[in-house]
Write a protein that binds this ligand. Structure first.
Ligand code: KG4
Ligand code: ZN
Length: 353
């Protein structure tokens, strides 16, 4: 196996609190970027989720190298499957639905997961379901939820996406706002890099910022209007501060930069909730693991009397548990995918099936 970091995301104490409409055994696969993840899920219960992170494969390149990601997925998938079956003592023949991420994401990475899923679906003679990565992130916040309080506002913040969605029901998404340039995670990763942190810098920036003063450095608050976001001006401002030889410590720079990104996310989320009154707010995607964002969203939800749905940090970044939960809810709605489906590297959420 590659020099990967493997972690199990099983939470044995989890009770069967979800009420999926598909109760059978789901094998879920996520390979949209640089995490290979497999999960087994049945009747609202996550049996186990194994994720092989490729962080170390890509770290020395300062970003994800698509070819290396595809190769690592191809190598990791059968090994992870074997371990998952061993750990859960589930027989492959018991699988009733194979679900995988179809897009958006890196084409080769998606192809690795989809081909593996197709092979299993054909060999086991069970249906295949190709899912939208962002939609899967949203359903990741329903893992462990007793009731889903539709309609809700969802803030999706990851390395590649920054979206505000109105979710009116299962599979019913309206795009309210998005970024006009960088995604929030991308901005945090670039900012972290400027501060000398290794890729992906988001989580490290989060940690560094904890000991800094967020008021130490004045950074702009770019606003492209409506419910949209813009982060590239902020990134340029940070570069300028660093190039001008700021006397602020790295921790202060990290805290000030993180504060500016989080403030923009929370401000637009509040506007979305005021424009579309909902009783629930959902946050998901890798950046929703950010400690400041989690605290600020909790305060916002309390102030607006909305319920906050946010996955535990380990389920914010890419994982197959969210794909499994998504499959359980959406399979009855969409039915099986054709065995001929291809990856959709660019799949606008407005074009959901
Ligand atoms: O959802 P995800 O795993 O992959 C994509 O679909 O893009 O998100 C990855 C992003 C990266 O930019 C990473 O730096 C960021 O999520 N991230 C964080 C934190 N944990 C992950 N950003 C800020 N604070 C964190 N604690
Ligand atoms: Zn993601």
């Amino acid at each position: 196996m590659n020099p990967i970091r493997l972690h199990s995301q099983r939470r044995p104490s989890q009770s069967p609190t979800l009420h999926p409409r598909f109760a059978g055994l789901v094998l879920a696969i996520e390979t949209s970027c640089d995490e290979t993840s497999l999960a087994l899920y049945r009747n609202g219960r996550l049996l186990d989720c194994l994720t092989a992170s490729q962080e170390r494969v890509h770290q020395r390149f300062g970003g994800v190298v698509p070819e290396l990601a595809s190769r690592a997925h191809v190598e990791n998938l059968p090994l992870l499957l074997e371990r998952l079956l061993e750990r859960t003592r589930v027989g492959l023949a018991d699988v009733e639905l194979v679900a995988c991420t179809r897009g958006p994401g890196l084409e080769g990475a998606l192809l690795a997961g989809l081909s593996f899923a197709k092979g299993l679906s054909l060999a086991l003679a069970v249906p295949l379901l190709g899912l939208h990565h962002i939609v899967a992130h949203v359903y990741g916040a329903f893992l462990g939820a007793r009731r889903i309080p539709f309609p809700l506002i969802a803030l999706v913040v990851s390395g590649g996406h920054t979206l505000l969605l109105l979710v009116e029901g299962h599979g019913r998404f309206e795009l309210l706002g998005t970024t006009v340039d960088d995604a929030a995670g991308e901005a945090l990763d670039k900012g972290a890099r400027m501060l000398g942190l290794p890729f992906p810098g988001g989580p490290l920036l989060d940690r560094l910022a904890a000991s800094g003063d967020a008021r130490a450095v004045a950074l702009p608050r770019p606003d492209p209007g409506g419910l949209n976001f813009s982060f590239s001006g902020l990134k340029t401002a940070l570069r300028r501060v660093i190039e001008n030889g700021s006397s602020a410590s790295k921790a202060d720079l990290a805290a000030s930069f993180q504060q500016a990104v989080v403030e923009a996310l929370v401000r637009k989320t509040e506007q979305a909730l005021l424009q579309h009154p909902c009783r629930a707010l959902l946050a998901c995607g890798g950046v929703s693991a950010n400690s400041l964002l989690r605290r600020q969203l909790a305060l916002l939800a309390r102030r607006l009397r909305a319920r906050l749905l946010i996955p535990p940090p380990a389920y914010c970044t890419d994982n197959a548990a969210m794909v499994a939960a998504c499959a359980a809810y959406l399979y009855p709605l969409y039915g099986p995918s054709s065995a001929a489906i291809e990856p959709m590297p660019r799949w606008p959420i407005e074009r959901l099936a």
